[in-house]
Design a protein around this ligand. Structure first.
Ligand SMILES: Cc1cc2nc3c(=O)[nH]c(=O)nc-3n(C[C@H](O)[C@H](O)[C@H](O)COP(=O)(O)OP(=O)(O)OC[C@H]3O[C@@H](n4cnc5c(N)ncnc54)[C@H](O)[C@@H]3O)c2cc1C
Length: 505
C-alpha cells in the first residue's frame, strides 16, 4: 500500500454522472477527486440522445454548449410508422426552453466536454484507478484504490459519491439492496450505429420509429451520417439471445419485418450492443457519508433514452447540496432531500419504461393507442416538466396562483446561485421591494424582473417573489410580504448566516 490522498469529496466513476457531480463541486470551490478504472476515456457513443433539460443544465454548469451542440445532430422531428404506414410526425421543439431541440451526440463526446470543463476548474480525472474497498466512520470514508500498474493506495474523504454505473461495487459492499422493478423476459434489444438504407431517404434531422407485430425499430440520426438503430422485439420462449456484438446483417434482418417498408440494409456498422434489459433500483441513495447517483442508484432499459439524462439531473440535484453541506456548514438533512426529490422521478420513469416496453412488443399495436402513447410521453421526455412538489425543500405560499408553483423548474437561465426573483406587479410597492432587497440573506442574489423577461414568465397581475434554488427549481413562491419566510427558509435549508441588521422602514 502506498500513498494517502485526502480530499473533501471522492467520486468513483467518470461517466456523465460522476463528472457532473465533480463539476458542480469544483465550480463552488469544494476540493474533490474523481477516480475511474478505465485507463482511457470512453470511445463509444452509447447514450446518444441528450434532451432539452440536460442541455440547459450543461449551460448552467458553464460548458460551451453552442460548441457542443455543433458536434451533434439536431433532432427536429420524429416520424412514426405503423405496419409500414406513416401515421404521424411530432415536432420535437420545446419553445419554453433556451435549448429547444434534443441533440444526438455520442456519449464519448458528452463525457469529453464534461471532463474538459472539470479540467478547466482544476480537477483531473485519475484514470486506471479502481475503488476496491470502502469503510466509513463518523468523520469520513476510506477507500482503497487498485491502480492499473498493480500498486494500491488509500483515499480519505469526508464524503463519497458512487457513480459507478449499474454494477456498483460500493453499493453492494454497503449492503444496499439492488431491487428488480421488472424482469423483461423474452424481450430483446439490439442497437447499432450504422448507415441505414431504406426504400426512402431519411432526412438528417428526423428520427423514424417503426412499430410492427411484436416489436419496434428506431432510427435516430447521428452527426456522421450514420443512425443509431435500435430494435426491440419479443422472442419465442426458446429464442437465442445470440452472442457477442451483433453484426449489421443480423440487425437488418430483425428490422425488416417490423419496418414493413421493403428492403432494409445496414452498412458501415460502428458500435453495436446486445442490450441487457433491466429496470432496477437501489433501496436507499444515502448510507451515512456515501451517496449513490446515476445508474448506480437505478437503471432503466434504454427505451426512452433517459438513463444518462437522468444521471446528469441526479448529479445536478446532488452537487449543490453536497457542496453546501461539505463546505458551507449546511445541515446534513439537506442531503436527504436528494433522495426525497429524485426517487419519485426515477420511480415514474421505471413505471413508464415498463409500460412502453410492453406496449412496443404487442402482437398488434393499434393506431389510436399508439398516437395516444406518443402524446402522453411528449411532456415527460424532455425532462423540463420534472418537478418536486412534495419535497421538504418546496414552500408554496400562494397555492393556486397562476404561473409556475414552488417545486417547478423556473424558466430562464440560472447559473448555480440562490436567486430571489422579484416580479413587482402592475402597482409596485417600492418600499416593500426595498426592504426585501436590503434584508435579504447575503447568500442570495436579488433580481427585480419588472416585466418578467428575465425569468421568461408573463408579468403577473400581482407582485410575486420566487426563490430560485441553485439547480433552477423554485424553492419558495410567495408575495412581497413573505420576506421573513425567505429568511426562515434559508436558515432551515442552509443553516444560519450572520445577517445585516434589518433596516427599519
Ligand atoms: C446501448 C445503450 C444506449 C443508451 N442510450 C441512451 C440515450 O440515448 N440517452 C440516455 O440518456 N441514456 C442512454 N443510455 C443509458 C446511459 O448510457 C447510462 O444511463 C449512463 O452511461 C449512466 O451514466 P453513469 O455515469 O451513471 O454510469 P456509467 O456511464 O456506467 O459510468 C460509470 C463509470 O464508473 C466506472 N467505474 C465502475 N466501477 C468503478 C470502480 N470500482 N472504480 C473506479 N471506476 C469505476 C466505470 O468504468 C464507468 O466509467 C444507453 C445505454 C445503452 C447501453
Amino acid at each position: 500500500m502506498s500513498g494517502l490522498m485526502e480530499t473533501e469529496v471522492l467520486i468513483v466513476g467518470a461517466g456523465p454522472t460522476g463528472l457532473t457531480v465533480a463539476v458542480e463541486l469544483a465550480r463552488r470551490g469544494v476540493p474533490c477527486r474523481v477516480v475511474e478504472e478505465r485507463r482511457l476515456p470512453r470511445q463509444s457513443t452509447r447514450g446518444c440522445t441528450v434532451y432539452q433539460r440536460t442541455l440547459e443544465v450543461f449551460d448552467a454548469m458553464g460548458l460551451p454548449v453552442d460548441d457542443y451542440v455543433a458536434q451533434g445532430a439536431r433532432m427536429a422531428r420524429r416520424v412514426y410508422h405503423l405496419f409500414g404506414e406513416r401515421i404521424g410526425t411530432v415536432d420535437m421543439a420545446e419553445p419554453g426552453s433556451s435549448r429547444p431541440y434534443p441533440l444526438v451526440v455520442g456519449q464519448n463526446v458528452t463525457e469529453r466536454y464534461l471532463e474538459r470543463r472539470l479540467a478547466d476548474l482544476g480537477v483531473t480525472v485519475l484514470r486506471g484507478a479502481s475503488a476496491e474497498t470502502v469503510a466509513q466512520d463518523d468523520d469520513g470514508v476510506t477507500v482503497t484504490l487498485r491502480h492499473a500498474e498493480g500498486r494500491r493506495s488509500t483515499v480519505r474523504a469526508a464524503w463519497l459519491v458512487a457513480a459507478q454505473g449499474a454494477s456498483a461495487s460500493i453499493r453492494d459492499a454497503l449492503g444496499v439492496a439492488w431491487r428488480e422493478w421488472r424482469r423483461f423476459t423474452g424481450v430483446r434489444m439490439l442497437q447499432i450505429d450504422a448507415r441505414v438504407h431504406l426504400p426512402f431517404a431519411l432526412p438528417p434531422d428526423e428520427a423514424h420509429m417503426f412499430f410492427g407485430a411484436r416489436g419496434h425499430v428506431g432510427c435516430v440520426p447521428l452527426p456522421d451520417g450514420r443512425h443509431r438503430v435500435f430494435v426491440v422485439r419479443r422472442e419465442p420462449a426458446d429464442g437465442d439471445d445470440g452472442r457477442g456484438d451483433p453484426e449489421p446483417a443480423e440487425i437488418a434482418a430483425a428490422m425488416a419485418p417490423l419496418c414493413g417498408v421493403g428492403e432494409v440494409r445496414l452498412s458501415d456498422g460502428l458500435f453495436a450492443w446486445r442490450v441487457r434489459l433491466q429496470n432496477r433500483f437501489a433501496d436507499r441513495l444515502r448510507v451515512g457519508r456515501v451517496l449513490l447517483a446515476g445508474d448506480s442508484a437505478r437503471v432503466f432499459a434504454p427505451v426512452h433514452a433517459q438513463g444518462m439524462n437522468t444521471g446528469v439531473q441526479d448529479a445536478f440535484n446532488l452537487g449543490w447540496k453536497l457542496a453546501a453541506v461539505a463546505a458551507d456548514g449546511a445541515p446534513e438533512t439537506l442531503l436527504d432531500t436528494y433522495e426525497a426529490e429524485r426517487r419519485p422521478v426515477f420511480e415514474e420513469l421505471l413505471a413508464r419504461t415498463e409500460r412502453s416496453l410492453d406496449f412496443g412488443v404487442q402482437e398488434a399495436p393499434g393506431r389510436e393507442p399508439l398516437l395516444a402513447a406518443i402524446a402522453a410521453n411528449r411532456p415527460k421526455r424532455t425532462q423540463l416538466a420534472v418537478d418536486y412538489p412534495d419535497s421538504p425543500l418546496t414552500r408554496e405560499l400562494l397555492g393556486g396562483a397562476d404561473g409556475p408553483a414552488a417545486g417547478r423548474r423556473a424558466p430562464g437561465r440560472w447559473d448555480g446561485r440562490w436567486t430571489l426573483l422579484v416580479l413587482p406587479g402592475p402597482r409596485p410597492d417600492r418600499e416593500r421591494i426595498r426592504r426585501l432587497m436590503t434584508d435579504v440573506d447575503p447568500r442570495v442574489e436579488v433580481i427585480v424582473d419588472v416585466d418578467g423577461t428575465r425569468a421568461g414568465l408573463a408579468a403577473p397581475d400581482a407582485a410575486r417573489i420566487y426563490l430560485v434554488r441553485p439547480d433552477g427549481h423554485i424553492g419558495l413562491r410567495g408575495g412581497l410580504e413573505h420576506g421573513p419566510q425567505v429568511a426562515a427558509y434559508l436558515d432551515d435549508v442552509l443553516g444560519p448566516v450572520p445577517r445585516r441588521t434589518p433596516s427599519r422602514a
